[in-house]
Design a protein around this ligand. Structure first.
Ligand code: SF4
Length: 252
């Protein structure tokens, strides 16, 4: 029986998969150490549960949800757990989405091939050719290349894909968002929704990010305009504390 290193469960969410009611399952462990991580309490440590236990939790909510969203940490760090959860979800006719930092393209490719996942929510933390910024943000070398490969794998698999960038002033702002938009277009993912997410200071470890580093709702709309005009993206959204998730631009 597969054991799952579990970080926590949110039984019901309508914000993690736009248009679906989902149970969000957080898996422990992540190969990165992003300076703005909000879930640093999940990066290490162990809390193993049996798949049967998790299935009971899914069953309790089965009537209210359409989907299971795997988050973390980095879910693909536990491929066997992810696979077991996916099989369980599908047994109960639930869709499966995974929020990922894109660090494990080969594992993602294998799982997409076996149709274990219905949607990928992929972080693009920085422009994909900017290894140095990626390394500054994540404190790990060589991440951008893996994310680029993951993006290619997802496009090739024609999976439902959403791309997400978390922004902070003086770190990932207007110029970076425009370059990411171009990267997305060049990779052939212009048809996927691009979400610019307000980076939040409140849960960051050791106050590495301050309130002043946060973009306001209006500033995020400006970032969305920059992304939309820099590349031929089909849809640009923003996600903020004030307004939730909003579509700012959509081409017909
Ligand atoms: S990839 Fe996500 S979970 Fe991992 S350190 Fe970065 S922000 Fe935290």
């Amino acid at each position: 029986m597969v054991k799952i290193n579990l970080g926590g469960i949110v039984p019901f969410s309508t914000i993690d998969w736009r248009g679906k009611a989902a149970m969000v399952i957080f898996l422990r462990g992540c190969p990165l150490r992003c300076m703005y991580c909000q879930n640093y309490n999940l990066l290490e440590g162990t809390h193993y549960v049996e798949m049967e236990e998790l299935e009971e939790e899914i069953l309790k909510n089965e009537d209210f949800i359409d989907a299971v969203v795997l988050s973390g940490g980095e879910p693909f760090m536990q491929p066997h757990a992810l696979e077991a959860i996916s099989h369980c979800a599908k047994k109960h006719s639930l869709f499966v989405a995974v929020q990922t930092n894109g660090f494990y393209p080969a594992i993602i490719k294998s799982m997409l091939k076996r149709k274990l996942i219905d949607k990928i929510l992929l972080d693009i933390k920085a422009p994909l050719l900017d290894e140095r910024l990626y390394e500054n943000l994540t404190t790990v070398a060589g991440v951008a290349g893996g994310v680029k490969n993951t993006l290619d794998v997802c496009i090739h698999a024609s999976i439902d894909l959403e791309l997400v960038t978390t922004v902070f002033k003086n770190l990932v702002g207007s110029e970076e968002v425009k370059r990411i938009a171009k990267d997305i277009e060049e990779a052939g993912a212009a048809g996927c929704p691009y979400v610019i997410q307000q980076g939040r200071a409140e849960h960051v470890l050791d106050k590495a990010i301050k309130e002043d580093d946060m973009f306001s709702h209006e500033e995020l709309k400006e970032l969305a305009a920059g992304a939309y005009h820099a590349a031929d993206l089909k849809e640009v959204r923003i996600r903020t504390r004030e307004g939730g998730e909003e579509v700012i631009y959509r081409r017909s």
